[in-house]
Ligand binder design. Structure first.
Ligand code: 2HG
Ligand code: ZN
Length: 463
């Protein structure tokens, strides 16, 4: 915990009014979208410059006070939760787009830039920032970099890592490092920039990022295809990937569709209902591409992999089809779901999903299991809705066992216990299912280099 004298000293490092200790602010800024941990920070500080971030880190070192970085607070692994008296460093006031370079197609951003803000900026310049997900209207770039955020376009564009041309970071000692200098080619030894991407603020804080932009896609077109079973989705993916450059390949079960249609504001893709649905997207650059998509669809129908389908004919229809997938997480949050975010190689997905499905349904036949995710990347989101007659505590006790089964299955398939949501606190005790003891030892040694006093987001990734 911090003393009031220490808080007074902290106040001198930033602009007046930029340290908050009232109960509302502590509650709001002390947490992200995870619900398992009660927020309990000592204070929230809002730096406005790199120099202020450095001063805060030096102050924290001097007093051995833990710092937690905070962005849009949309994370799902509790990486931005302050549950132990830490000081939260919010980047809400470091939210400027600093510079655009037309020839490099790069944009220099402060960490508090909201993902959507960057997407819209790119659009204004006739370009495209391709990392996209349902929470892009609130999430901030610093958080995206901290978790190496993925989302719905990874199959074509990769994760956040691919779009970071350069980083300025303040390490755990308060030192400012300028990493990679926005270069495309740079063969000068260790690429430290990559270490800070996905580090969840445990090595240092991003104070500026140069992001790459891309040619804007043309005439994006989506198809939603109903399949008779889960196993049919893979040959559908394979068939379309053989013919088109997909910008997305997502899936969801009919249980998810049921919940989406229950909202009343999203139209059904087509009249019939099938056990699973694939949502794919491509650039219909010309008529040949659209015809190729239709021919592939017909082939899938002939093979019995697809029972029904629809292709968007307008921007509005494209948006509506995407809502079927993008609204799932928010819609089902009403049922206090158990959540997991896991991945295996694409070819292993059917066997992997079946193993988990079998073990959960045999042990807990009354559980409502919802599957969806970025299946083209081998990334599954497993959600289980809390049965109404089961108390929250009992539900989560049962789900602790589900966690164990899921992670044992992940280990068996050499997969990842966190595909895109990060480790934070929710997954840290399971890291060994995806990372060897030697790897974890290396990670801890790296942390000690950048953060010798262990003040940067302690207790995240590992205990
Ligand atoms: C998504 O893909 C997000 O919709 C959230 O990653 C997943 O809430 C979830 O389980
Ligand atoms: Zn996702």
């Amino acid at each position: 915990m911090t003393t009031s004298a220490q808080i007074e000293e902290l106040k001198t490092l930033v602009e007046p009014g930029k340290v908050l200790i009232d109960a509302d602010s502590l509650e709001t800024y002390g947490k992200d979208w995870t619900k398992q941990f009660a927020p309990a920070p000592s204070a929230i500080v809002f730096p406005k410059s790199t120099e202020q971030v450095q001063a805060i880190v030096r102050w924290a070192n001097q007093h051995k006070i833990a710092l937690v970085p905070s962005g849009g607070r949309t994370g799902l692994s509790a990486a931005a939760v302050a549950a132990n008296g830490e000081v939260v460093v919010s980047f809400d006031y470091m939210n400027r787009i600093v510079e655009f370079n037309e020839y490099d197609r790069t944009v220099v951003c402060q960490p508090g830039v909201v993902t959507k803000q960057l997407q819209l900026f790119a659009e204004e310049k006739g370009l495209y920032y391709p990392v996209d997900f349902a929470s892009s209207g609130s999430s901030q770039l610093g958080g995206n970099i901290g978790t190496n955020a993925g989302g719905i376009k990874v199959i074509r564009y990769g994760m956040t890592r691919n779009w970071v041309a350069g980083l300025k970071v303040v390490t755990g000692t308060g030192e400012l490092l300028e990493l990679n200098r926005d270069l495309i080619k740079n063969a000068t030894g260790y690429d430290l920039r990559q270490l800070f991407i996905g580090a969840e603020g445990t090595l240092g804080f991003v104070v500026e990022a140069t992001m790459r932009l891309e040619r804007a896609p043309k005439n994006l077109t989506a198809m939603v295809l109903g399949t008779p079973d889960f196993d049919s989705i893979m040959p559908v993916l394979h068939a379309f990937q053989g013919k088109l450059d997909l910008t997305a390949f997502e899936f969801f079960s009919d249980r998810c569709l049921e919940k989406i249609l229950g909202r009343g504001d999203v139209p059904a893709p087509f009249e019939s209902r099938t056990p699973f649905y694939a949502l794919l997207e491509f650039e219909a650059l010309n008529e040949d591409v659209a015809n190729e998509a239709l021919a592939t669809f017909e082939h899938c129908v002939e093979q019995g992999w697809v029972l029904d389908g629809v292709m968007s004919q307008s921007e509005q229809q494209l948006q509506n089809l995407w809502k079927l997938r993008e609204y799932i997480s928010e819609t089902i949050s009403h049922w206090t779901p158990y959540k997991n975010d896991i991945s295996v190689t694409v070819s292993q997905v059917p066997a992997f999903l079946k193993d988990i499905d079998d073990i959960v349904s045999v042990n807990y036949p009354d559980f409502d299991v919802l599957w969806y995710g970025h299946i083209g990347d081998g990334n599954l989101h497993l959600n289980i809705l809390k049965p109404e007659n089961l108390a929250k505590e009992d539900f989560f006790t049962k789900c602790a066992l589900v966690n164990k089964w899921v992670f044992e299955t992940v280990e068996k398939y050499n997969g990842s216990i966190s595909a895109e949501h990060g480790v934070g606190m929710t997954k840290r005790d399971y890291l060994q299912y995806s990372r060897s003891a030697a790897e974890i030892a290396c990670m801890k040694a790296i942390k000690a280099v950048f953060d010798p006093n262990g003040i940067m987001n302690p207790g995240k990734i590992f205990a």
